[in-house]
Ligand binder design. Sequence first.
Ligand SMILES: *Cc1c(COP(=O)(O)O)cnc(C)c1O
Length: 408
Amino acid sequence: MKYWNKLSSAQQDLIITEALRQNVNYQDGGSLGVPASVLDDKVFYGQASFLKDSPWLRLYVQNPNHIGCHTLGDSEPFFKGTQALETEVIRLLSEDLLAAAADSTDGYIAAGGTEANLQAIWIYRNYFQKEYGADCAQIAVISSADAHYSMVKGAGIFGLTYYSVPVDFQTRLIDESALEKMIEKASEAGIRYFIVVANMATTMFGSIDDPGVYTRRLQAAGLPFKLHVDAAFGGFIYPMTASQSQLDFSNPDISSITLDAHKMLQAPYGTGVFLVRKNLMGYVYTEQAAYVNGMDLTLSGSRSGANAVAVWMILKTYGYYGWQEKIKMLLDRTNWLCQELTRRQIRFYRHPDMNIVTINSEDLDPRTAEKYYLVPDQHTGPADWFKIVVMDHVDRPRLLQFLSDIDR
Ligand SMILES: *Cc1c(COP(=O)(O)O)cnc(C)c1O
């Protein structure tokens, strides 16, 4: 572990206090040009006494703006103290969680998984345009039918065609012969370049894609591709539980990864994470962003620095081993739930390294599903599946209550 150590709250306080000292201090009167200030003090009580006990609330009131990407080039100097903590988060996740070589990635805290996925599609579209002279009509986004709908959004926003590969109903594995035919059909339709998105846990099932299913075929057909991993849900679980992963930066085919700190990590909303190998962010350089120091290479403009530091605090509170223990505990609980369902002959899908259990709707009274807010695979018609996500608050007493309702 190079970055992912554990820090006490007193140690965190010292580091955050020092970071704030390095940021612009509006009270000193030194900043006349930045269109920013602390949060409105009529509303947010900048002097309240409880702030002294909470470095994060102090920081929240100071309201640093983390616009841009801080792992390369220059950044706004006004917020360099807290930007350094964001950079540490990017290094930590790339290297200590996702097996990247030292200083081999860039990244930033995005609004969410959706933005991080869009950022990837944006970079690769521009990459194919610039390096291959590609036309949008020749570029496709391809992912499994269980992929998040942000891929469809991304293809639409960036003017690309979207291909959805069917999966097997019970195993949720990509249908390889359908993929083969789809690539042929896409080629016939003039598609020459592929933006592949592999899932490190789908939202509905927690199923994991084998990226080789795509890359072997595209390489054999001589079709250029870029491979992005959507680990918005699984990124803080699967790397800790899988004995070996094809879905991190140790796989040379993978160029970028999305994570979501506001799901399993329980960070505030607005904490998606985009990680990408060096020398790719530059494809989305917007020359017109002249008033921003350094370069704005991100889809969002201004964004909260407090959010980035919240992610830093959570990671440092647990440390790598503390987080691994927490995930193991959730997985044990998921194993137990699956045994209980099996004993009752209730059919479900579950990936053994994940904490999602998706129950066949035929085996569950929809009223029970509704009572416990299980999420259906669709809201518009009758559901095929209902899912349970075993998180911190989904504990055994609650699950026992659910099971006893099933037994009634
Ligand atoms: C939640 C999720 C997203 C989208 O994330 P937001 O943070 O809601 O934008 C993308 N992909 C997967 C797999 C997800 O689970």
